[in-house]
Design a protein around this ligand. Sequence first.
Ligand SMILES: Cc1ncc(COP(=O)(O)O)c(C=O)c1O
Length: 430
Amino acid sequence: MARLNTSRRRIPRGTVRFSGRQLTGALGGLLWRSSAERTVARFEEAFATWLGVRHAVAVGSGKVALAAILEACGAKRGQGVVLAAYNVPEVVGVIRGLGLIPRFVDIDPQTFNLDPAAVEAALTPETGFLLATHLYGNPAPLGALKTLARRHGLVLVEDCAQALGARCGRRRVGAQGSPALFSFGPMKALNTLKGGMLTTGDSGVARRARAVVGRNPAAGRVAVLRTLLSCAAIWVATRPWVFSNGVFPAIRALDGLSPAMVDTLVKMRPAAFDHGVLDIDAMMAPMGPAQAGAGLAVLADLERANERRLSNALRLRDRLRHVPGVSLQQPVADAEPLWTNVVVRVADRLALRRRLLARGVDSTAGYLMDCSRLPNSPGQPEYPHSAELERSNLYLPVGPELGSAEMDRIAAAVEESMASGGDKRDTGAP
Ligand SMILES: Cc1ncc(COP(=O)(O)O)c(C=O)c1O
C-alpha cells in the first residue's frame, strides 16, 4: 500500500491496541491447555506487582469485577450505592442486577468526577457503598471520599476502568487500599480481548470474589476468536491508508446524508444499555488463559504506551487551554491523571464535529450519559452538570499510535473550527 503523506492522513477517533505479541500470547493460551491456569495466575501476579497491590483477581470483564467486589464485600439487597450520575449505563445495570439501589449525585463540573459535598448530602441510612469513577483517567478526590467512607461506615470502591496507571497521592489508583475494578475491553489501554481485574488489599475479599466469579466457566475458544476477529476488523479499518481512503470518506458521506444518524452512531450506545438490569448469575466468569496470555503481552508494553498517550494528551490540552468556547476537565490537587481521553465541552458539539471532519479529524461523543435519565430511573431530580456534560462532550483522538504532529493538527483544527463557526458561546460551565 502506498504511504500516505502526513497532511492527507485522516485521523480516526481511536483504534484497538493489537500487536503480534498479543496475538501470540492469546493463541498460546488457547492452544496449550496444560499451562492454562498458570497463565492466568502469572497475569494476576504481574498485574498486582505492576500496580503495587496485594491481590489481583482476573475476571471476564470490568462489570464482572464490579459485581464480584460488591458481592465479596457483603452487599445486601436494598442497600444504596452512591455514584456519579454521569456514568456508564452498564455500571448501573450491575448495581440493579444485584438488587442494590443506585443513588446518583451530580458531578463536579471542573473534574467531571464525584463532588464530596454532593456525596455527603446524598447519604441515607441504607447507603452501603460509594463508587468513585476516575473518569477519563482523571482520579476522583480520593482523600475526601476515603474520609467520608470511613466516617459513615461505607465501602469505597474505585472504578479504574478508564484510569489504568493514573496516580493519586503518588500511589496508582486501584492500589489505595479500597477494592477496585479495571476493564480490559478491546478499546482500552490494556486489551485482553475482553476482560477485567479486581484488586484489593484484603485477602478475604479476594477469596470471596474468586468464589463468586467461579460460578461459570471462562469465555470459550469461539467467544475469544470472535472478539479477536472484531479487534482485527477495527485494526484494519483504522490503518492510515484504509481509514483515509475508505472509512473516513464513508463517515463524511453519512454525515452529509443524515446528521441525526451520525449522532446516534457517534454516541455508540446500543439500545440494550438503556434498559439494563444485568443478569449477574449469567455474567459472572473468570478470565481465561487466552485473555491472560494477551494481557501479559500488553502489560510488558503498557508503560511505553501510557507515556506516549499522556504526552499526546498534555500537548493537545496545552494548545486547547486558550481556545475560546472550549472547556477542559481539570485534576484535583494531589492527582496525576493519565488523560486516557481528552474530552472537550463546547456549546454545539455536532457543529464542531462536522468542522473537524472537514479538516480530516474524526471524533466521538462516547457512550457515557446522565444515568438518572435511564428509562428505569423514574422520578429522579435534575443533575444539571451531568446532563450538560452529556450534551456538550466531544472526545478527541490521543491514542499512543498517534504522535505530536497529529496532536498539532487536531489542535489547529479545533482552533480554526471554533474561530470559523460563531460557536464561541460559553457552555455555561466554568
Ligand atoms: C468507567 C467504566 N466502568 C466500567 C466499565 C465496564 O467495563 P467492561 O466493559 O469491561 O465490562 C467501563 C467500560 O468501558 C467503564 O468505562
